[in-house]
Design a protein. Structure first.
Length: 618
C-alpha cells in the first residue's frame, strides 16, 4: 500500500489484506450506520486488539481502516492507534503517513493505545510511546490526544486470550503468588470511547476554587490496569473440559506437588530482572517516577483498581491486603526542597529520613521525628504519625499546605491548613484524594537531653500528669509488659536539666534507632517485617482520659508485650481521632496467639475506643 486508504468496517472480521508494518485491514460486513458524522479511524500496526475495538466501535459509529484524503461532508473524526511492542522504521514511516492524512482531515481526537509496561521500566515500551507522541505533535493535529496504557487485555483476538486458551489446562503449575493486571477488552474499549466522545471529561465539581486546576486534557495519559489477579485463577477459567485437557490438568497437578510451579515462579522472577519484556508476567507493585505518572494511575477510571501507599510499610510491615488491587508505591517521587523560610516542600514519597537528611545539611529539622523514620511524608497526611514533640503531636500537625489530586473532578488541588480541601481529607482514609506533595514547618536544629525515671505502681492520674508536663519538649512512657509493676518515663528537653545524659541528635530511644538500622539492610529488613506480619500483632489506641484510666486499671488482663504512651492534643480536624478531646496514644505489641483475648478485652472494657487505622497488623 503506497498511500493511506480507508474502508467501512462495522465488524471485526480481518481480511487477507495487510498494510505496511503488519497493519491489519478489515472488510465491511452489514449495513453502514446511518450517522456518517461520527467517524473513527483505526490503525492496528499488527495489534490484534484493534480488531476487537473496531467491532466495539462499529456498534454506533462508522469505522474506517485508516484516514485518507478529506472528502468533505464529515464532522471532525477520531483516530485511534494501537501501538506495536516496538515501532521500527517501517512502522514509523507508516505512522507519519497516517498522521499527515489525519491532519488534512481535521481529526479532533487521537487515541494512542500503548501498554502498562511503561510503568515497569521497560525502555522499549517507553520509547515507542514517546516516539508516537512526538510524531503526533509534529504532525500539526490540533485535536485532543489521549494515551491509554492497559494491562493485559482479555478480548477475543488478543494474544493474551489465545495463550490462556492454550495453557489453561496447566493452571495447577501457576503459584498463587504469581499475579498481574488483567483488563477485559470491553472495559478498555468503553473507556477509550468515553474519552473520545468527551463523556469522560470531568464536570469540574468539587471544592477546588482558585486553589484547584484541571489536569490538562489537550494531552493526557490514562492507565487502565484492570484487576490484579493470580495467573492460576485466570488460567483455570480457560482450562476447558475435553478429555485431553483434563489429562493435561492432572499431569500439571502432579508436577505442582513436585514444586515445578515454584520453579516457574522463580524463573519468571529472574527473567523479569534481566528482560524488561518479561516484567508484565508478575506485577504486584508499581513505583511511578513522576507526579504525572501517579496521576495517570489514579484517575477516576483506575483509582478503584489500585491502592496508593508510601514506603509500603502497611503492606510489608503490617500485612495489609487489598485483593484485586495493584499496589502503587510513591517511593519513586521523593524530592525534598525548601519552599521558603521554615518550610519544607516534600514530594509524597519522600521519607521522614530523607527529609531529615536534607534539612540536617541546612541546620534545620522537623518539629516531629518518629521513632521509625522510614515512613513517607504522604502517608502522614492520612495516618496519625506521632513522635518527638508536645507542641505538634503528629507530622500532619506541622503541615501548612497540601497538594492533592482529585480523581472525581480530575483536578490538582492545593489547599492551606484552614481550607476545606485540607480539613476534609486529613486523616480521612475513605477519601479518594491522592497526596502529591506536603509543605511542612521546620525549625532550627536542636540538641536533645533526656532524663529517665522509673516509677513503681504508678496510677493513671500520675501518668497523665507526667505526659502533660509542659516543661519538656517530649514525654514518652514505656512499660515492658502488662504484668510489670514499673514504667520508664523519658522526658526530653533542648537544655540540660537534672541528671540528664549526654546530648542526642534526635529525641528517640534505642528501640527507634534499632528499627532504622534494621530497615537499612535488605536482609534484616525482610526479617523484621516478616516477624511483624506472622508473629507479632501491633496496634495503637487513642484513649480519652476517662478511657485511659479504665485501660490502666484493667490492661493486666491481656498479655501485652510492649506499651508505649504519648500525649496528643485535640486538633479539631473533622476526621481526626482526637478531634474533640486530648488523647493518650497507647502503642501496643502482643503475640498473634493472644489476639482473640485482646479483642475480647476491648469489647468488654473499651467498646468505643478509637484505633489508628493505618497502624495495625492484619
Amino acid at each position: 500500500m503506497d498511500s493511506p486508504s480507508f474502508g467501512s468496517i462495522p465488524t471485526a472480521a480481518p481480511s487477507d489484506r495487510r498494510g505496511e508494518a503488519g497493519e491489519v485491514l478489515y472488510t465491511a460486513a452489514g449495513p453502514e450506520p446511518a450517522d456518517r458524522g461520527d467517524v473513527v479511524f483505526i490503525a492496528g500496526f499488527g495489534n490484534a486488539i484493534a480488531a476487537d475495538f473496531a467491532a466495539f466501535v462499529g456498534r454506533k459509529a462508522r469505522v474506517e481502516v485508516v484516514p485518507g484524503d478529506d472528502e468533505g461532508g464529515h464532522a471532525p473524526a477520531s483516530l485511534v492507534l494501537f501501538l506495536p511492542p516496538r515501532l521500527g522504521e517501517p512502522g514509523r514511516r507508516r505512522l507519519m503517513e497516517l498522521l499527515d492524512a489525519a491532519a488534512r482531515r481535521s481529526v479532533g481526537f487521537v487515541g494512542i493505545v500503548g501498554t502498562f509496561r511503561v510503568h515497569l521500566n521497560d525502555p522499549v515500551a517507553e520509547e515507542t510511546e514517546r516516539l508516537a507522541l512526538a510524531l503526533v505533535r509534529s504532525s500539526g493535529i490540533a485535536g485532543r490526544v489521549a494515551v491509554f496504557r492497559p494491562g493485559l487485555v482479555l478480548s477475543p483476538n488478543s494474544g493474551v486470550s489465545r495463550w490462556l486458551g492454550r495453557l489453561g489446562p496447566l493452571f495447577p503449575l501457576a503459584p498463587g503468588r504469581l499475579r498481574t493486571c488483567f483488563i477485559e477488552g470491553e472495559e478498555l474499549f468503553a473507556a477509550i470511547e468515553a474519552e473520545r466522545s468527551g463523556d469522560a471529561r470531568p464536570g469540574g465539581t468539587g471544592e477546588v476554587g482558585q486553589a484547584g486546576r484541571a489536569v490538562g486534557h489537550r494531552r493526557r495519559a490514562y492507565t487502565y490496569l484492570g484487576a490484579n489477579l493470580a495467573w492460576r485463577e485466570v488460567l483455570e477459567r480457560h482450562r476447558g473440559t475435553s478429555a485431553g485437557r483434563r489429562v493435561a490438568t492432572a499431569v500439571a497437578r502432579v508436577l505442582s506437588w513436585l514444586l515445578a510451579g515454584q520453579l516457574v515462579a522463580l524463573a519468571v522472577g529472574l527473567l523479569s530482572r534481566w528482560f524488561p519484556g518479561a516484567r508484565p508476567w508478575s506485577v504486584r507493585t508499581l513505583k511511578p517516577r513522576s507526579m504525572r505518572e501517579i496521576v495517570s494511575l489514579c484517575h477516576d477510571g483506575n483509582i478503584g483498581r489500585v491502592r496508593v501507599v508510601g514506603y509500603n510499610n502497611g503492606v510489608n510491615h503490617f500485612g495489609h491486603r487489598y485483593p484485586g488491587r495493584t499496589i502503587v508505591s510513591t517511593v519513586g517521587c521523593h524530592r525534598a526542597v525548601h519552599a521558603g523560610p521554615g518550610v519544607l516542600k516534600a514530594d509524597c514519597g519522600a521519607t521522614i529520613r530523607e527529609a531529615r537528611e536534607y534539612l540536617g545539611g541546612r541546620g534545620e529539622e522537623l518539629f516531629v521525628m518518629p521513632n521509625y523514620s522510614f515512613v513517607s511524608v504522604g502517608t502522614s497526611f492520612f495516618v496519625p504519625i506521632h513522635g518527638s514533640s508536645l507542641d505538634y503531636a503528629t507530622v500532619a500537625d506541622t503541615a501548612c499546605r497540601v497538594v492533592l489530586y482529585d480523581p472525581n473532578s480530575d483536578r490538582i488541588v492545593s489547599a492551606g491548613r484552614d481550607e476545606g480541601a485540607f480539613r476534609e481529607n486529613v486523616y480521612n482514609l475513605r477519601s479518594r484524594m491522592v497526596v502529591l506533595r506536603l509543605y511542612l514547618r521546620t525549625k532550627p536544629k536542636s540538641r536533645y537531653y533526656v532524663r529517665r525515671e522509673t516509677w513503681k505502681n504508678a496510677g493513671a492520674d500520675e501518668l497523665l500528669a507526667a505526659l502533660r508536663d509542659r516543661d519538656a519538649a517530649n514525654v514518652e512512657i514505656r512499660q515492658a509488659h502488662a504484668a510489670s509493676d514499673t514504667v520508664t518515663i523519658s522526658k526530653y528537653s533542648n537544655e540540660p536539666f537534672g541528671p540528664s545524659g549526654p546530648a542526642q541528635e534526635l529525641p528517640r530511644d534505642a528501640l527507634g534507632r534499632l528499627w532504622d538500622r534494621l530497615e537499612e539492610n535488605p536482609v534484616t529488613s525482610f526479617l523484621m517485617h516478616a516477624l511483624s506480619r506472622h508473629v507479632a500483632w501491633h496496634t495503637e489506641l487513642f484513649l480519652t482520659p476517662a478511657e485511659f484510666e479504665r485501660f490502666w486499671a484493667t490492661h493486666t488482663k491481656v498479655a501485652l508485650r510492649k506499651i508505649q504512651l504519648r500525649y496528643i492534643r485535640r486538633d479539631g480536624m473533622p476526621h481526626s481521632p482526637f478531634r474533640d478531646e486530648d488523647c493518650v496514644s497507647a502503642d501496643l505489641f502482643l503475640f498473634r496467639f493472644d489476639k482473640a483475648a485482646f479483642d475480647g478485652y476491648l469489647a468488654k472494657y473499651l467498646p468505643n475506643v478509637r484505633c489508628n487505622p493505618g497502624k495495625h497488623s492484619n
